[in-house]
Design a protein around this ligand. Structure first.
Ligand code: GTP
Ligand code: MG
Length: 555
């Protein structure tokens, strides 16, 4: 009821927004605050992965007859779900009920003959649909309604924030508008599945799993797609088959270290994606980074992808963040707003460098919520005490054990509002003793810094590492100054909030404005009218939609 009333009071945005709200309410694990996910991370991953294996991607002509298209495909078996989107042309994602339907469709598909050019006959699950006798069909063709895969326009976000009923409503609105939709999540898993098909040509039985913000529940529409080539499944399979007095081992090539093995594997997969991978472009092999990776653009889905291997701890970090995001409905709303705030003030960037990353910001929010009284989030050590034998997880000698069943964790008794929490977040970190203390979500309290980096956030699993080692003193100072200024703006606002009809930015919208500190040097220049400034600012948030991660940073 409430969103409907709010949308109806905002001119010009009604129909599209209602459609969007309907769509996102269908999401099980990325839904809004009243649909708190209770599924285990591994359950979600397995379900989505299996769903993706029954799914195909089809590049279509711009206009088609949807009914006939579905009828044509359902010759291969019943269809469970489908949607269309735009990325270098119209694409359809079609999920069959059974995996066999995909093989059946592949069997009637031909490799194109391209005149003087030659095609590499790679038979993937990414197809191209052509119309036969297109002249006869013209009258039946119509434009297709596309599912949106990008974050809202600055204008729309501005309208929505200004029309909100309260600061809490603003934070929830921002979350609802930026969070990954069910369809976007499907497309992410499908993309991993398509890459898995390529990798499986070399490593049968491997898995390519998404991690990072695509699955940890903190991803914004447009964020990069981090994927991890999991070769452990192959090992597990053989271990199960071992019995009796004999032990069989594969003959393998040996290389000097795990790192060299990772580099060799990624080098080959990178080459393969470059040469044969349909829809893959701009493949870069960044093999000398601390965490070697292959970066490429999957043009068919529109995702910027980072493929790594031997990166199990990062997957476990994603699971931990997913747990924290699911434990209390305020967590995600707060993290999204802090990330947008940081992006709006250029505290984060798409280019790797001395800036704070989204991953670090998320850790800061989690830590802050552990410090509330009563705490909103439990410490990692507490989650470890709730773990049972099945939860036990040791990766490369690091104890990564914590309870994985969300239903075994008691909800917090804390009832603070999002408005209060956001204000206190800025006050807390505006006054944090960064020079001597480290942020530690394992224990949920400040620790003495073990080394002299300006910002020290302990890696929750590899506890001797600092996830924000890259952050310079000046970037940290900028964060502190902006946090103080935002706390001050909040404080002022509480005294005299503009009337709803004045069209003045307020609450979260005011916090996203360029800061006073940044404007001092510009004050001699003619100031732009507020609405234009807001528009520019919101444009900058939007551009973070295509935000590329700082993936090579400090991992
Ligand atoms: P965005 O891509 O910015 O939306 O967030 P993200 O969480 O996906 O960050 P990013 O793509 O940079 O990294 C992907 C994942 O790698 C993170 O979620 C973490 O699990 C892990 N990661 C990133 N940076 C670090 C780091 O400095 N240390 C460790 N241990 N893990 C990291
Ligand atoms: Mg990422």
């Amino acid at each position: 009821q409430r969103p409907l009333r709010r949308l109806l009071s905002c001119p010009g945005t009604v129909t599209a927004d209602l459609r969007r709200e309907e769509q996102s309410s269908g999401s099980a694990e990325t839904g809004s605050e009243d649909r708190t996910p209770k599924k285990r991370f591994s359950e979600v991953q397995n379900e989505r992965r299996e769903q993706a294996q029954r799914t195909v991607l089809i590049h279509c002509p711009n206009k088609i007859n949807e009914k006939k298209f579905l009828k044509f495909l359902s010759q291969h078996g019943p269809i469970n779900n489908h949607f269309f989107y735009e990325s270098f042309g119209l694409h359809a994602v079609v999920e069959f009920c059974q995996k066999e339907s995909v093989t059946s469709l592949q069997n009637i598909t031909r490799t194109p003959s391209l005149g003087p050019e030659a095609a590499i006959p790679f038979k993937s699950r990414y197809f191209n649909l052509k119309l036969r006798n297109s002249l006869n069909q013209t009258s039946e063709l119509s434009s297709i309604q596309c599912s949106n895969q990008s974050s809202p326009s600055s204008k729309k976000l501005y309208q929505l924030l200004c029309c909100a009923e309260s600061v809490d409503d603003q934070l929830n609105t921002l979350l609802r508008e930026f969070q990954l939709t069910d369809e976007n999540t499907r497309l992410r898993y499908l993309t991993c599945s398509l890459i898995e098909d390529v990798a499986a040509a070399y490593f049968p039985g491997c898995a390519v799993r998404p991690f990072g913000s695509s699955v940890n529940s903190f991803g914004k529409l447009g964020c990069d797609l981090d994927m991890f080539l999991d070769l452990d499944e192959i090992g597990k399979f053989t271990a199960q088959k071992t019995s009796g007095n004999f032990l069989m081992e594969f003959q393998v090539k040996n290389v000097p270290s795990e790192r060299v093995a990772t580099q060799k594997i990624l080098s080959v997969i990178g080459e393969c994606l470059d040469q044969f991978g349909p829809g893959c472009a701009g493949v870069q092999r960044i093999l000398n980074a601390r965490c070697p990776l292959v970066r490429f653009s999957h043009q068919a889905s529109g995702f910027q992808c980072d493929l790594t291997t031997n990166n199990r701890i990062a997957l476990k970090s994603s699971e931990l963040l997913y747990m924290y995001g699911a434990l209390d409905s305020r967590v995600r709303a707060l993290v999204f707003s802090v990330r947008c705030w940081a992006r709006a003030h250029s505290l984060t960037s798409s280019i790797p460098g001395a800036w704070i990353t989204n991953f670090s910001l998320t850790m800061m929010v989690i830590f802050f919520l552990q410090r509330r009284s009563p705490p909103i989030l439990p410490t990692l050590d507490y989650l470890k005490t709730l773990a049972d034998a099945e939860d036990k997880c040791i990766i490369e000698g690091h104890n990564c054990t914590f309870v994985r069943d969300l239903n075994r964790i008691k909800p917090s008794g804390n009832t603070e509002t999002l408005e209060l929490l956001l204000k206190e977040f800025f006050e807390y970190f505006g006054n944090f003793a960064f020079n001597k203390n480290s942020i530690n979500i394992r224990q949920g309290r400040e620790q003495n810094k073990p080394e002299s980096s300006p910002l020290h956030i302990q890696n929750p699993f590899e506890t001797s590492l600092n996830i924000s080692k890259n952050v310079s003193q000046s970037q940290l100072q900028k964060f502190v100054d902006l946090a103080r200024e935002s706390a001050w703006i909040f404080h002022q606002e509480g005294k005299d909030r503009p009337s709803p009809s004045s069209n003045q930015p307020w609450g979260l919208a005011a916090l996203l404005l360029p800061s006073v500190a940044n404007n001092v040097s510009l004050s001699k220049k003619k100031k732009k009218p507020p609405s234009e400034r807001i528009k520019n600012l919101l444009d900058s948030i939007k551009s973070s939609g295509s935000e590329n991660s700082t993936a090579t940073n400090g991992r």
